[in-house]
Write a protein that binds this ligand. Structure first.
Ligand code: B12
Length: 222
Protein backbone atom coordinates (compact mmCIF):
# COMPACT_ATOMS: atom_id res chain seq x y z
CA UNK A 1 0.00 0.00 0.00
CA UNK A 2 2.74 2.46 0.98
CA UNK A 3 4.44 1.57 -2.30
CA UNK A 4 1.30 2.47 -4.26
CA UNK A 5 0.98 5.81 -2.45
CA UNK A 6 4.64 6.53 -3.14
CA UNK A 7 4.08 5.83 -6.83
CA UNK A 8 1.04 8.12 -6.81
CA UNK A 9 3.05 10.86 -5.11
CA UNK A 10 5.70 10.51 -7.79
CA UNK A 11 3.14 10.49 -10.62
CA UNK A 12 1.57 13.75 -9.40
CA UNK A 13 4.93 15.36 -8.70
CA UNK A 14 6.18 14.48 -12.19
CA UNK A 15 2.87 15.32 -13.88
CA UNK A 16 1.98 11.84 -15.15
CA UNK A 17 -1.78 12.23 -15.66
CA UNK A 18 -2.76 8.75 -16.85
CA UNK A 19 -1.29 5.70 -18.53
CA UNK A 20 -1.74 6.99 -22.09
CA UNK A 21 -0.19 10.36 -21.30
CA UNK A 22 3.20 10.68 -23.08
CA UNK A 23 4.53 13.04 -20.40
CA UNK A 24 6.97 12.66 -18.69
CA UNK A 25 8.91 10.44 -21.13
CA UNK A 26 10.59 8.43 -18.36
CA UNK A 27 7.17 7.16 -17.20
CA UNK A 28 5.93 6.18 -20.68
CA UNK A 29 3.38 3.31 -20.60
CA UNK A 30 3.32 3.31 -16.81
CA UNK A 31 0.25 3.98 -14.69
CA UNK A 32 -0.51 7.63 -14.09
CA UNK A 33 -2.21 9.46 -11.21
CA UNK A 34 -5.64 8.40 -12.50
CA UNK A 35 -4.92 4.66 -12.45
CA UNK A 36 -2.86 4.73 -9.25
CA UNK A 37 -5.51 6.59 -7.24
CA UNK A 38 -8.13 4.08 -8.47
CA UNK A 39 -5.91 1.15 -7.46
CA UNK A 40 -5.19 2.64 -4.04
CA UNK A 41 -8.93 2.87 -3.35
CA UNK A 42 -9.52 -0.66 -4.66
CA UNK A 43 -6.87 -1.94 -2.27
CA UNK A 44 -8.66 -0.35 0.66
CA UNK A 45 -6.77 2.88 1.11
CA UNK A 46 -8.93 5.63 2.64
CA UNK A 47 -9.57 8.75 0.53
CA UNK A 48 -8.19 10.96 3.34
CA UNK A 49 -5.02 8.91 3.44
CA UNK A 50 -4.55 9.19 -0.34
CA UNK A 51 -4.94 12.94 -0.07
CA UNK A 52 -2.67 13.41 2.92
CA UNK A 53 0.05 10.89 2.14
CA UNK A 54 0.31 11.32 -1.63
CA UNK A 55 -1.54 14.20 -3.30
CA UNK A 56 -0.92 17.09 -0.91
CA UNK A 57 2.78 16.26 -0.27
CA UNK A 58 3.24 15.91 -4.06
CA UNK A 59 1.92 19.43 -4.65
CA UNK A 60 4.09 20.76 -1.79
CA UNK A 61 7.15 19.19 -3.46
CA UNK A 62 6.12 20.76 -6.76
CA UNK A 63 5.93 24.19 -5.08
CA UNK A 64 9.36 23.75 -3.51
CA UNK A 65 10.91 22.62 -6.79
CA UNK A 66 9.35 25.61 -8.53
CA UNK A 67 10.83 27.91 -5.84
CA UNK A 68 14.26 26.34 -6.41
CA UNK A 69 13.77 26.89 -10.19
CA UNK A 70 14.14 23.19 -10.86
CA UNK A 71 10.80 23.23 -12.72
CA UNK A 72 8.72 25.91 -14.45
CA UNK A 73 5.02 26.75 -14.95
CA UNK A 74 4.30 24.06 -17.60
CA UNK A 75 5.52 21.30 -15.25
CA UNK A 76 3.50 22.82 -12.40
CA UNK A 77 0.45 22.71 -14.67
CA UNK A 78 1.01 19.03 -15.53
CA UNK A 79 1.16 18.24 -11.81
CA UNK A 80 -2.10 20.13 -11.30
CA UNK A 81 -3.67 18.04 -14.10
CA UNK A 82 -2.36 14.83 -12.53
CA UNK A 83 -3.79 15.84 -9.16
CA UNK A 84 -7.18 16.56 -10.77
CA UNK A 85 -7.12 13.16 -12.49
CA UNK A 86 -6.57 11.44 -9.13
CA UNK A 87 -9.35 13.55 -7.59
CA UNK A 88 -11.89 12.09 -10.07
CA UNK A 89 -11.83 8.94 -7.94
CA UNK A 90 -11.88 10.71 -4.58
CA UNK A 91 -14.61 13.25 -5.34
CA UNK A 92 -17.60 10.93 -4.78
CA UNK A 93 -16.32 10.08 -1.28
CA UNK A 94 -15.99 13.70 -0.25
CA UNK A 95 -19.32 14.66 -1.75
CA UNK A 96 -21.41 11.88 -0.24
CA UNK A 97 -22.97 14.10 2.42
CA UNK A 98 -26.54 13.87 3.64
CA UNK A 99 -29.23 14.80 1.17
CA UNK A 100 -30.87 17.38 3.44
CA UNK A 101 -28.83 20.53 2.96
CA UNK A 102 -27.61 22.43 6.02
CA UNK A 103 -27.33 25.72 4.20
CA UNK A 104 -25.53 27.35 1.28
CA UNK A 105 -21.83 28.03 0.83
CA UNK A 106 -20.56 30.34 -1.90
CA UNK A 107 -16.89 29.84 -2.75
CA UNK A 108 -14.46 31.36 -5.24
CA UNK A 109 -10.79 32.10 -5.86
CA UNK A 110 -10.29 35.87 -5.71
CA UNK A 111 -9.62 38.23 -8.63
CA UNK A 112 -6.33 37.73 -10.46
CA UNK A 113 -5.83 34.24 -9.07
CA UNK A 114 -6.25 31.08 -11.15
CA UNK A 115 -5.35 28.46 -8.53
CA UNK A 116 -8.34 26.25 -7.90
CA UNK A 117 -7.19 22.87 -6.60
CA UNK A 118 -7.36 23.81 -2.91
CA UNK A 119 -10.58 25.78 -3.38
CA UNK A 120 -12.23 22.83 -5.14
CA UNK A 121 -11.10 20.52 -2.37
CA UNK A 122 -12.71 22.80 0.20
CA UNK A 123 -15.87 22.91 -1.94
CA UNK A 124 -16.00 19.10 -2.12
CA UNK A 125 -15.48 18.61 1.62
CA UNK A 126 -18.11 21.18 2.49
CA UNK A 127 -20.53 19.62 0.05
CA UNK A 128 -19.75 16.29 1.70
CA UNK A 129 -20.55 17.94 5.03
CA UNK A 130 -24.11 18.46 3.79
CA UNK A 131 -24.01 22.00 2.37
CA UNK A 132 -25.17 23.20 -1.02
CA UNK A 133 -22.07 24.67 -2.64
CA UNK A 134 -22.15 27.47 -5.20
CA UNK A 135 -18.70 27.36 -6.77
CA UNK A 136 -17.97 30.61 -8.62
CA UNK A 137 -14.64 29.37 -10.03
CA UNK A 138 -11.46 31.40 -10.29
CA UNK A 139 -10.65 35.09 -10.76
CA UNK A 140 -13.84 36.12 -8.95
CA UNK A 141 -14.29 39.82 -8.21
CA UNK A 142 -16.52 41.61 -5.69
CA UNK A 143 -19.37 42.05 -8.20
CA UNK A 144 -19.61 38.32 -8.86
CA UNK A 145 -19.59 37.54 -5.13
CA UNK A 146 -22.22 40.22 -4.47
CA UNK A 147 -24.47 38.90 -7.27
CA UNK A 148 -24.23 35.37 -5.85
CA UNK A 149 -25.05 36.64 -2.34
CA UNK A 150 -28.11 38.50 -3.68
CA UNK A 151 -29.25 35.27 -5.34
CA UNK A 152 -28.52 33.18 -2.23
CA UNK A 153 -29.35 35.26 0.84
CA UNK A 154 -27.87 33.97 4.09
CA UNK A 155 -25.15 31.91 2.39
CA UNK A 156 -21.75 31.65 4.09
CA UNK A 157 -18.94 32.89 1.83
CA UNK A 158 -15.49 31.37 1.26
CA UNK A 159 -12.56 33.13 -0.42
CA UNK A 160 -9.38 31.43 -1.59
CA UNK A 161 -6.04 33.01 -2.60
CA UNK A 162 -2.72 31.33 -3.36
CA UNK A 163 -0.59 34.31 -4.29
CA UNK A 164 0.72 36.98 -1.94
CA UNK A 165 -0.35 39.53 -4.57
CA UNK A 166 -3.95 38.30 -4.96
CA UNK A 167 -4.27 37.87 -1.19
CA UNK A 168 -4.44 41.68 -1.19
CA UNK A 169 -7.57 41.44 -3.36
CA UNK A 170 -9.27 39.52 -0.58
CA UNK A 171 -9.25 42.69 1.48
CA UNK A 172 -11.27 44.63 -1.12
CA UNK A 173 -13.73 41.78 -1.60
CA UNK A 174 -14.27 41.37 2.17
CA UNK A 175 -14.79 45.15 2.53
CA UNK A 176 -17.23 45.27 -0.40
CA UNK A 177 -19.24 42.32 0.89
CA UNK A 178 -19.36 43.61 4.48
CA UNK A 179 -20.43 47.05 3.25
CA UNK A 180 -23.52 45.63 1.53
CA UNK A 181 -24.17 42.60 3.75
CA UNK A 182 -22.71 43.37 7.18
CA UNK A 183 -24.23 40.20 8.67
CA UNK A 184 -22.67 37.80 6.16
CA UNK A 185 -20.02 35.38 7.38
CA UNK A 186 -16.78 35.24 5.40
CA UNK A 187 -14.29 32.44 5.66
CA UNK A 188 -10.85 32.75 4.04
CA UNK A 189 -8.05 30.35 3.19
CA UNK A 190 -5.16 29.50 0.89
CA UNK A 191 -1.45 28.90 1.43
CA UNK A 192 -0.27 32.49 2.15
CA UNK A 193 -3.30 33.44 4.29
CA UNK A 194 -3.10 33.54 8.10
CA UNK A 195 -5.41 34.14 11.05
CA UNK A 196 -3.64 37.42 11.63
CA UNK A 197 -4.44 38.52 8.07
CA UNK A 198 -8.03 37.38 8.53
CA UNK A 199 -8.40 39.68 11.55
CA UNK A 200 -6.65 42.51 9.76
CA UNK A 201 -9.05 42.53 6.80
CA UNK A 202 -12.21 41.97 8.84
CA UNK A 203 -13.05 38.45 7.64
CA UNK A 204 -14.80 36.17 10.13
CA UNK A 205 -12.69 33.03 10.09
CA UNK A 206 -9.54 31.51 8.68
CA UNK A 207 -8.82 27.83 8.30
CA UNK A 208 -5.65 26.30 6.89
CA UNK A 209 -7.60 23.24 5.73
CA UNK A 210 -11.04 22.12 4.58
CA UNK A 211 -11.85 20.30 7.83
CA UNK A 212 -11.52 23.50 9.85
CA UNK A 213 -13.97 25.11 7.44
CA UNK A 214 -16.44 22.23 7.81
CA UNK A 215 -16.24 22.54 11.61
CA UNK A 216 -16.71 26.31 11.51
CA UNK A 217 -19.78 25.97 9.28
CA UNK A 218 -21.46 23.63 11.81
CA UNK A 219 -22.29 26.76 13.86
CA UNK A 220 -24.51 28.03 11.05
CA UNK A 221 -26.19 24.79 10.02
CA UNK A 222 -29.96 24.98 9.76
C1 B12 B 1 -0.41 24.02 -9.08
C2 B12 B 1 0.13 25.42 -8.98
C3 B12 B 1 -0.12 26.28 -10.05
C4 B12 B 1 -1.04 25.90 -11.23
C5 B12 B 1 -2.51 26.08 -10.75
C6 B12 B 1 -3.45 25.11 -11.44
C7 B12 B 1 -4.78 25.07 -10.75
N1 B12 B 1 -5.76 24.63 -11.52
O1 B12 B 1 -4.96 25.39 -9.59
C8 B12 B 1 -0.60 26.95 -12.30
C9 B12 B 1 0.50 26.33 -13.14
C10 B12 B 1 -1.71 27.47 -13.22
C11 B12 B 1 0.03 28.03 -11.43
C12 B12 B 1 0.24 29.32 -11.89
C13 B12 B 1 0.94 30.28 -11.16
N2 B12 B 1 1.55 30.10 -9.97
CO1 B12 B 1 1.27 28.55 -8.84
N3 B12 B 1 1.40 27.04 -7.74
C14 B12 B 1 0.88 25.85 -7.85
C15 B12 B 1 1.36 24.98 -6.63
C16 B12 B 1 2.52 24.11 -7.10
C17 B12 B 1 0.35 24.08 -5.98
C18 B12 B 1 -0.95 24.76 -5.49
C19 B12 B 1 -1.89 23.67 -5.07
O2 B12 B 1 -2.76 23.28 -5.85
N4 B12 B 1 -1.66 23.10 -3.88
C20 B12 B 1 -2.45 21.95 -3.37
C21 B12 B 1 -3.71 22.44 -2.69
C22 B12 B 1 -4.49 21.25 -2.14
O3 B12 B 1 -3.31 23.26 -1.60
P1 B12 B 1 -3.81 24.78 -1.40
O4 B12 B 1 -4.19 25.38 -2.69
O5 B12 B 1 -2.89 25.50 -0.51
O6 B12 B 1 -5.19 24.57 -0.63
C23 B12 B 1 -5.26 24.04 0.68
C24 B12 B 1 -5.28 25.13 1.78
O7 B12 B 1 -4.55 26.29 1.43
C25 B12 B 1 -6.73 25.36 2.03
N5 B12 B 1 -7.47 26.34 1.25
C26 B12 B 1 -7.30 26.78 -0.02
N6 B12 B 1 -8.26 27.66 -0.35
C27 B12 B 1 -9.09 27.75 0.71
C28 B12 B 1 -10.26 28.50 0.90
C29 B12 B 1 -10.92 28.42 2.10
C30 B12 B 1 -12.18 29.20 2.29
C31 B12 B 1 -10.42 27.60 3.15
C32 B12 B 1 -11.08 27.53 4.43
C33 B12 B 1 -9.23 26.85 2.96
C34 B12 B 1 -8.59 26.92 1.74
O8 B12 B 1 -7.31 24.09 1.81
C35 B12 B 1 -6.61 23.38 0.79
C36 B12 B 1 -6.52 21.94 1.15
O9 B12 B 1 -5.77 21.71 2.31
C37 B12 B 1 1.80 26.12 -5.63
C38 B12 B 1 2.83 25.70 -4.58
C39 B12 B 1 2.26 25.54 -3.20
N7 B12 B 1 3.05 24.95 -2.34
O10 B12 B 1 1.16 25.94 -2.89
C40 B12 B 1 2.29 27.19 -6.60
C41 B12 B 1 2.31 28.65 -6.16
C42 B12 B 1 1.07 29.01 -5.36
N8 B12 B 1 2.28 29.36 -7.46
C43 B12 B 1 3.05 30.41 -7.48
C44 B12 B 1 3.23 31.28 -8.60
C45 B12 B 1 4.29 32.36 -8.46
C46 B12 B 1 2.43 31.14 -9.76
C47 B12 B 1 2.47 32.05 -10.99
C48 B12 B 1 2.54 33.56 -10.69
C49 B12 B 1 3.64 31.58 -11.88
C50 B12 B 1 3.87 32.40 -13.14
N9 B12 B 1 5.03 33.03 -13.16
O11 B12 B 1 3.04 32.46 -14.02
C51 B12 B 1 1.14 31.66 -11.71
C52 B12 B 1 -0.03 32.58 -11.28
C53 B12 B 1 -1.27 32.36 -12.10
C54 B12 B 1 -2.45 33.10 -11.49
N10 B12 B 1 -2.73 34.29 -11.98
O12 B12 B 1 -3.06 32.60 -10.59
C55 B12 B 1 3.76 30.62 -6.14
C56 B12 B 1 3.13 31.76 -5.32
C57 B12 B 1 4.17 32.62 -4.66
C58 B12 B 1 3.52 33.65 -3.80
N11 B12 B 1 3.86 33.58 -2.53
O13 B12 B 1 2.77 34.48 -4.21
C59 B12 B 1 3.65 29.19 -5.49
C60 B12 B 1 3.63 29.19 -3.95
C61 B12 B 1 4.89 28.40 -6.01
C62 B12 B 1 6.21 28.87 -5.41
N12 B12 B 1 6.76 28.13 -4.48
O14 B12 B 1 6.70 29.90 -5.78
N13 B12 B 1 0.37 27.56 -10.20
Amino acid sequence: MEDLLEKLLEAVELGKVDKKSPYPPQLKDQDGAYELAGKALEQGCKPDEILEKALIPAMANVGNRYSRREIYVPQMLMSAKAMSAAMIHLKPFFQSGETKRKGKFIVGTVSGDLHDIGKNLVAMMIEGGGWEVINLGVDVDSDKFLKAIDENPGAVIGLSALLTTTMENMKKIVTDIKEKHSDSKILIGGAPVTMEYCKKIGADFYSPDPQGAVNYLKKFAS
